[in-house]
Design a protein around this ligand. Structure first.
Ligand code: MG
Ligand code: ZN
Length: 206
């Protein structure tokens, strides 16, 4: 439990890896998006812990099993390790939509589980995803919503994205996970130097 833990929650399909209309069902079908794993490693190097929150109804629908899901995540972490990055944990909803669970996004259950597990205030936690339901889950859980146009809405024009997200208060839009990482690191840097300026005599070298 560490209320000061720097934590980022990431959707998986369409945010870290290529999404498919027919589900990502195996490690072979799990293909990272360009620059996404590098972005995670960059966040990790800047002190951010990264966890995944993913709907995996393919389990509940019987399209793939836990062994396949574990193999996908082993591949993800193996590729990340080569870049010096890691996903600390994968939280997933295995339920089909008709099972009436409380963890399937857009419901906030999965994100709340993460908040409880890590003992963090979700208001301080960015949640990144490529679909409206990710953003709805983020808002419902009190996370900071960050939309990436790298998955379901890749290629949509600015107006279409604005329309999609018009009911999501405070949402920020990024091209992809690399752009999100850049923005987060820059805003943290700006906040730190603003704090430094307001404390005369506490100058620092960087
Ligand atoms: Mg997604
Ligand atoms: Zn669920």
């Amino acid at each position: 439990m560490n209320p000061n833990l720097k934590l980022v929650i990431l959707d998986r399909d369409g945010t870290i890896n290529e999404d498919h209309d027919y589900y990502v069902k195996s490690a072979d079908e799990w293909v990272p998006l360009p620059g996404a794993l590098e972005a995670i490693a960059r966040l990790n190097h800047a002190g951010w812990h990264t966890v995944v929150a993913s709907n995996q109804s393919g389990i509940g629908r019987g399209l793939f099993d836990m062994a396949s899901l574990n193999a996908m995540h082993a591949k993800m972490n193996r590729l990340l390790l080569q870049l010096g990055g890691r996903i600390d944990a994968v939280f997933f909803c295995p339920h089909a939509p008709d099972e009436g669970c409380d963890c399937r996004k857009p419901l906030p259950g999965l994100l709340q589980q993460i908040g409880e597990r890590y003992g963090v205030d979700l208001a301080q936690v960015p949640m990144v995803g490529d679909s409206l339901r990710d953003m709805q889950a983020a808002v419902a859980a009190g996370c900071q919503p960050h939309f990436v146009a790298s998955g379901k809405h890749r290629g949509d024009d600015v107006l279409a994205v604005a329309r999609l997200l018009e009911g999501v208060p405070g949402v920020r839009v990024h091209a992809d996970l690399a752009a999100f990482a850049e923005a987060l690191i820059q805003s943290e840097r700006a906040a730190r130097s603003a704090a430094g300026r307001s404390q005369p005599g506490s100058g620092h070298l960087e």
